[in-house]
Write a protein that binds this ligand. Structure first.
Ligand SMILES: C[S@@+](CC[C@H](N)C(=O)[O-])C[C@H]1O[C@@H](n2cnc3c(N)ncnc32)[C@H](O)[C@@H]1O
Length: 365
């Protein structure tokens, strides 16, 4: 090696280290959240640092190193996870029903009334139990948003993302870790408190309590709005369109809404009128379901019978639209360029075999 080349290598190394050192701690925190294991988290940061160093020549000086590095880190995590999944033939998250959250958190109590089951149940959870529910969620659900947007948004330095409703922040936290400026909105105080606990001292995500029918944000505040995990359908159709209208209002022209949901065709494929589960405290948890195939309303009754024989029941209704209906509603709300998929890579058309992903753009007027 010539003396000049050696000096160049040293100065590249020094430049890389100067950019990398300030974000190392945060990278480790994100890795820990993704892997849930200290030594795996350390390995992941090391792998990502090596990959980033190798690709450092492609990093455009003066742009955001943190966002660039976190994209490499989350990609590295995902490719490891994909490999593991192949090796272990893991559970396919496509098959996780939309009501997964409800059943996983049902041990917290099922009282109350109203059309929105999640806030009713979640509002009765204390932080530890919400944490347990979070741990129980399959990993793909924490990653989906990240994976989908990494390529799509790479042209932007730091995209402003609205995750609405954000629940306890499983998408918002990962996206914030990847360098996006994320705002999470939810109406449940309990879930937001858990999201705050998980965020710790980090600046992002910003967490806001509010109602998605009337978003407390100025027009054209975000580049991306996310509505994930069957988070619409608790209202009348017109009100759901109103919420879509609110998403459009707060998106910048050219901005994207991504919606991920159970849909009617899939429900027809997997519908079970009754399921039983034993909860960790020994309670029996029964879910009884009926569908009105004209209104597409899924009515669910949760019945919990405690070890002491105490019985708690509550019911709720969730409207499950078809892909065709989502497209019509998004057009009514003023969106354009609407695409429907059954995978996060955006390569497969919608199908009853999978949950539905819809991407809609606000046109540049
Ligand atoms: C099925 S959860 C999904 C949460 C999150 N997207 C996720 O994937 O974990 C639905 C969420 O909608 C929230 N929610 C229901 N109605 C709402 C409303 N009118 N405004 C804001 N949030 C609402 C609930 O509090 C709950 O956190």
């Amino acid at each position: 090696m010539m003396a000049g080349e050696a000096t160049d290598t040293i100065s590249v190394q020094a430049e890389f280290e100067a950019l990398f050192s300030p974000i190392l701690q945060m990278a480790y925190g994100t890795s820990l959240r993704l892997t849930r294991n200290r030594s795996e988290a350390e390995d992941l940061v090391q792998d990502a640092a090596l990959l980033a160093y190798k690709a450092f020549g492609t990093f455009q000086r003066g742009t955001n190193f943190k966002a660039w590095f976190f994209r490499i880190l989350t990609n590295a995590f995902y490719s490891r996870h994909r490999k593991e999944k192949h090796e272990k033939a893991n559970l396919s998250t496509d098959d996780v029903p939309a009501l997964y959250l409800y059943s996983k958190t049902a041990e917290a109590g099922l009282g109350g009334s109203g059309r929105d089951p999640v806030s009713a149940i979640m509002d009765r959870l204390d932080a530890d139990r919400v944490g347990e529910a979070l741990e129980a969620l399959p990993v793909d659900y924490r990653m989906v948003a990240t994976l989908y947007f990494i390529d799509d948004l790479s042209y932007q330095q730091i995209a402003e993302v609205l995750d609405c409703p954000c629940g306890f922040g499983r998408h918002a936290l990962v996206l914030a870790g990847a360098g996006y400026c994320v705002t999470g909105l939810d109406r449940s105080e309990v879930q937001l408190a858990e999201a705050e606990r998980l965020r710790g001292d980090a600046d992002w995500p910003v967490l806001v309590r509010g109602d998605y029918r009337d978003l407390p944000f100025a027009d054209e505040s975000f580049d991306v709005a996310l509505n994930l995990f069957s988070s619409l359908g608790y209202l009348e159709r017109d009100e759901d369109v109103g919420v879509l209208h609110e998403f459009r209002r707060v998106l910048r022209p050219g901005g994207t809404l991504v919606l991920e949901t159970m849909h009617r065709d899939r429900l027809a494929r997997i519908f079970l009128p009754r399921t039983w589960d034993w909860l960790p405290d020994g309670s029996l948890f029964v879910q009884e379901r009926t569908v009105d195939w004209i209104s597409s309303e899924l009515s669910t009754r949760h019945i919990a019978v405690g070890p002491d024989g105490e019985r708690i029941e509550r019911g709720f209704v969730h409207r499950l639209y078809t892909a065709t209906e989502w497209v019509a509603m998004l057009l009514e709300a003023g969106f354009a360029t609407i695409e429907c998929f059954s995978d996060w890579a955006g390569t497969r058309p919608p199908s009853p075999e999978h949950r539905l992903i819809v991407r809609a753009r606000r046109v540049v007027e």
